[in-house]
Design a protein around this ligand. Structure first.
Ligand code: SF4
Length: 482
């Protein structure tokens, strides 16, 4: 693979991998969670073995793929707007381009996508990307093509991703696929299937390859990383049928984290997304044991009300969640924690909403991802519960949550004032080309003067000021991990 430097729409420099001899051009864009962005790198790799290199120019593409998200109605509307854009480009400047849809919306709509969107030639679900070459030959023969079969085994562990839109410093490595939790508001179990974990050996090989290519940080990815469990392949739910030997040698998430941290002691490790009902103490203890496992946990909670948590089929109470938070604070006092929150879930009362605010007051999260409830077709909540909270009430409650989170985010950033933080430089600051930007172990962005440092350096920075979301400081030298 040959590497060239390019720029994205934001003017940030990017490393693009190209394969010599490939003469077809792939334009691929992704929406939604990091899993989708990571999957698009798998797709780019499969197609680079079939004559395609990526291009940043839609007008120049032979094949246009959009990796779609179904988590909220707005995400699907965004995709439909992009398809209109492709339609215009196809009509005006690129009549031969082929268009395909990937990801969760493709899996949710299946052949309906071909009926509803005439521009679409190809529909491929998250577990069927290895079938792309066959499907593309059908499209080349003038037929529409579709494969939305969900798999019990597929983890793409044997595919070396082609890094897309990369800064050459940080990368994502997927470790599990699917989710068995069936939260009543969520489409993921329907669009990504049952939980299965990837062979730890192939994960460590990918991490070693990234280290050899100069990457300094890896985020281990999964819809629900805490339920990672490798016992030789197969679904998580079939673990009880495993042999005694398989059970004795099984690798859980804490063990996998340890394997990664030991394999590359100078590389940083993060992980996302956790689930409070599956997170175990040994994960937190392993984080505390290794300096190169970052002190940050994304721990979605969705609501602070026990009644609503039950209606969401979240398998924990607010009290059990507080206990998890207390354990994290006891074992890793400076650990940052972030949340996902839903405002206006069906039947939510003002008291339930106050429970959410009081839970946030207890935790004082570093930051969060907060949304109003969006009914998703096919979910248990859509089938059983009426979406009965008025939009205005949803909006007001969401505003309450966002406002409180901003107060807490500022409270948390102020805790860093006067401290020295190890920062991994990722890119130029958005606000000044005289400053670098990178994150500390707690996943907070830090901005400081460039001096002679460069992206990929670990730098100790004295924090002198902060905003609600960003720390500002002065570099005082390379960290020992550089
Ligand atoms: S844990 Fe719940 S919210 Fe998260 S992906 Fe699984 S079903 Fe969806």
């Amino acid at each position: 693979m040959e590497k060239i430097i390019d720029e994205n729409k934001q003017g940030e420099s990017l490393i693009i991998e190209k394969k010599a001899g490939n003469n077809r051009k792939l334009f691929i864009e992704s929406y939604g969670c990091q899993m989708n962005f990571s999957d698009s790198e798998i797709v780019a790799s499969i197609l680079s073995e079939n004559g395609y290199n990526t291009t940043q120019d839609l007008k120049d593409a032979d094949l246009v793929l959009v990796n779609t998200c179904s988590i909220r109605d707005k995400a699907e509307q965004t995709v439909r707007k992009r398809l209109e854009k492709y339609n215009a480009v196809k009509r005006e400047v690129n009549p031969n381009m082929k268009v395909g849809v990937l990801g969760c919306m493709a899996e949710r709509l299946k052949s309906k996508f071909l009926e509803e969107e005439k521009i679409v030639d190809l529909v491929v679900g998250p577990d069927a990307y290895k079938d792309l070459p066959n499907l593309l030959s059908e499209v080349d023969d003038g037929r529409d093509a579709i494969n939305v079969i969900l798999s019990k085994e597929e983890t793409y562990g044997d595919i070396a991703p082609v890094r897309l839109n990369t800064n050459g410093v940080t990368a994502f490595v997927s470790i599990t696929r699917g989710c068995d939790n069936m939260c009543t508001f969520c489409v993921v179990p329907f669009t990504r299937g049952r939980e299965r974990s990837r062979d730890p050996q192939s994960i460590v090989e990918e991490i070693n390859d990234l280290a050899n290519k100069g990457y300094k940080e890896v985020t281990l990815l999964g819809q629900n990383v805490d339920s990672y469990l490798w016992y030789g392949g197969g679904l998580k739910k079939d673990f009880d049928k495993a042999t005694d030997m398989q059970k004795a040698t099984a690798v859980n998430f804490a063990k996998l984290l340890e394997l990664c941290a030991q394999a590359q002691p100078k590389m940083r490790f993060r992980f996302s997304t956790s689930n409070p009902q599956d997170m175990t103490l040994d994960v937190i203890e392993t984080m505390a044991k290794y300096q190169n496992i970052c002190k940050y946990i994304h721990l979605p909670v969705q609501s602070g009300s026990n009644r609503i948590l039950k209606a969401m089929n979240r398998q924990h109470t607010r009290e059990e969640y507080f206990k998890m938070i207390d354990n994290i604070r006891r074992i890793i006092p400076d650990c940052a924690i972030s949340q996902d929150m839903i405002a206006g879930f069906p039947t939510e009362t003002e008291d339930d909403h106050q429970d959410t605010l009081s839970l946030m007051e207890y935790v004082k999260y570093d930051f969060g991802f907060m949304f109003a409830y969006s009914e998703r077709p096919g979910t248990l909540a859509e089938r059983k519960l009426e979406d009965d909270i008025p939009e205005a009430t949803k909006k007001r409650r969401l505003q309450d949550i966002i406002q409180l989170q901003q107060e807490h985010s500022h409270y948390r950033t102020q805790q860093h004032l006067g401290k020295v933080e190890e920062v991994l430089i990722e890119k130029e600051s958005k606000k000044s080309d005289a400053h670098w930007a990178g994150r500390n172990s707690q996943n907070t962005m830090v901005v400081f003067p460039k001096e002679n440092y460069k992206p990929g350096d670990f730098v100790n920075v004295k924090i002198t000021d902060c905003t609600k979301a960003t720390l500002i400081g002065e570099p005082i030298g390379y960290s020992e991990n550089n």
